[in-house]
Design a protein around this ligand. Structure first.
Ligand code: GLC
Length: 430
């Protein structure tokens, strides 16, 4: 049964479709974003499977020869967007940024393939997915323990999470070229990163540009080198899903390679465990200091299926604490932390795509009750406020852009396909 909200969600995806790829939301984000597109494919799968595969295919059209999938692909020029292709100067075809984003694609492709065994499409995508995972192993695993190093907060997808405050403070901003932000003309500035954060983002971008986007150079000598708990957990999960896909295609050697990567990361994960925060946290490689901050990315350990028995039960307790400190869960920053801000990007608001991964992980670990809480809260904030980019965990009010692709996509996926869809639909539209 299709409800009114299902129809609105479907219409959002259709409206944000630019012909083979979707934009996250018109105006604020007028290009193709990496992990946004992967999640968009999940939404399309609810009503147009071929279009779902297409979204991933167009994303991988932007893959670099070294294997990296860029965080933005700049197709039609949008002069109002900053930093656009002129700032990045990567000279790739299609034009793109020079950094990546969380590698959720293989996990989404697995879901597509489970619904629609289109072997020809999988065969075509598979080597590209593998190359993108090998890129992480080659350029972003400096400790050779399976943990992902990021070189820019925008790569983490959690742009201005307080986890990046300390490492970013060490970035020299004295030589940043003058620039004009465009994001604050679309969204209230009290929701967006502050100007000093933006100066640091630009300093990191300029380092990459001056290194001519040589990823080995950026990884070794860049101004920002942080082990990101979110990308790490997402890559572990994606390696598991890619190994499964490899098996479907009879690529046993690849599956063995991927399993080695997974085992390495399973033991490597302990390096991110923070006993003060009782959570997996990001760690600055330059100072060896943990952020000691429990975020929504910490809870992705369930999705990655990592951690000792003690770590998992401490994390679950932490989840309960965070969930009861907020009206709606899961806030992007611990509500009891001094840097919590219910409105500002990734410093408090709920992000539906992260909720999706947290809920899937909790359910797989047998934490049905907690998974249902995440799913119900997601449903409630969307019913209350609409398909916003993110949501205030205290009031449930929508924040950031509206008519947002990935919020609509997760709604559609949960409403129509997930094993828990009956539960998700209960009371919908009431
Ligand atoms: C913001 C988010 C990032 C997302 C992008 C497009 O930059 O922080 O995760 O990919 O918007 O939606």
């Amino acid at each position: 049964m299709s409800t009114q909200l299902d129809q609105i969600a479907e219409q959002i995806l259709r409206d944000n479709d630019r012909g083979g790829y979707t934009v996250p939301t018109p105006g604020l984000y007028p290009y193709q974003w990496n992990w946004d597109s992967a999640f968009a494919a999940l939404g399309f799968a609810a009503f147009d499977m071929s279009r779902a595969w297409r979204e991933i295919e167009t994303l991988f059209d932007g893959q670099w020869p070294d294997g990296m999938v860029p965080h933005i692909i700049f197709r039609a020029t949008q002069p109002g967007y900053f930093p656009g292709p002129d700032a990045w100067q990567t000279n790739k075809d299609p034009l793109s940024s020079g950094i990546t984003q969380p590698p959720v694609a293989a996990s989404i492709v697995r879901i597509l393939y489970e619904q629609d065994q289109d072997k020809a499409r999988l065969e075509a995508l598979y080597p590209k997915l593998l190359a993108s995972h090998r890129w992480f192993a080659e350029f972003r695993d400096p400790l050779n323990n399976g943990l992902v190093m990021t070189t820019h907060p925008w790569e983490t997808g959690r742009d201005n999470c307080p986890e990046w405050d300390a490492p970013a403070r060490n970035v020299d901003i004295s030589n940043v070229s003058p620039y004009q932000r465009s994001d604050v003309s679309h969204v209230d500035s009290d929701m967006r990163p502050q100007n000093v954060d933006y100066d640091r983002y630009m300093a990191m971008l300029e380092f990459g540009r001056s290194a001519k986007w040589d990823h080995a150079e950026i990884a070794s000598n860049g101004p920002f080198r942080v082990l990101d708990v979110g990308m790490t957990m997402i890559l572990i999960r994606a390696n598991r899903d890619l190994a499964w896909l490899a098996e479907q295609l009879g690529r046993d050697e690849d599956a063995d390679y991927l399993r080695e990567q997974i085992e390495k990361a399973e033991s490597g994960a302990s390096y991110l465990w923070d006993d003060t925060a009782r959570a997996f946290c990001s760690k600055d490689l330059k100072t060896d200091l943990s952020s000691s901050l429990c975020t929504n990315a910490s809870f992705l350990a369930f999705y990655a299926n990592v951690g000792t028995t003690e770590q998992r039960s401490a994390l679950l307790k932490n989840f309960e604490r965070v969930a009861s400190a907020a009206t709606f869960t899961a806030p992007s920053t611990d509500p009891e932390h001094p840097e919590f801000d219910s409105k500002r990007y990734w410093r408090g608001p709920i992000w539906v795509v992260v909720n999706f991964m947290i809920a899937e992980g909790l359910r797989e670990q047998g934490c049905e009750h907690q998974a249902a809480r995440v799913q119900h809260d997601t449903k409630k904030v969307i019913e209350r406020s609409g398909f916003f980019e993110s949501f205030d965990p205290v009031t449930g009010k929508g924040s950031g852009g509206s008519d947002f692709t990935w919020t609509a996509a997760i709604w559609l996926h949960w409403a129509r396909f997930a094993h828990s869809s009956t539960q998700f639909l209960e009371g919908q539209g009431a």
